[in-house]
Design a protein around this ligand. Structure first.
Ligand SMILES: [Zn+2]
Length: 78
């Protein structure tokens, strides 16, 4: 293959975007912490999360996240 411009039919290789599953694991000291996983699919299948919702792209499980944590819900004192 001396001539450089005779390559039709063969496309240049492109890397696909990875699943980034590794980014769901965080190491703190000697512990591994994982993001929330799907209760239907089990650990290893992580949930996509928005500010008010988590969603499984595999089984389409969705769960709404309340904005306030339960501990912060208190009756008004004043
Ligand atoms: Zn799932």
């Amino acid at each position: 293959m001396a001539k450089g411009k005779a390559s039709e039919g063969k496309k240049p290789h492109k890397n696909k975007p990875t699943s980034k599953k590794y980014s769901k694991y965080k190491i703190e000291g000697d512990k591994v912490t994982r993001e929330r996983f799907c209760p239907r699919c089990g650990p290893g299948i992580f949930l996509m999360s928005t500010k008010d919702r988590v969603y499984c792209g595999k089984c389409h499980y969705a769960e709404f996240v309340s904005k306030k944590p339960e501990a912060a819900v208190e009756p008004e004192a004043k």
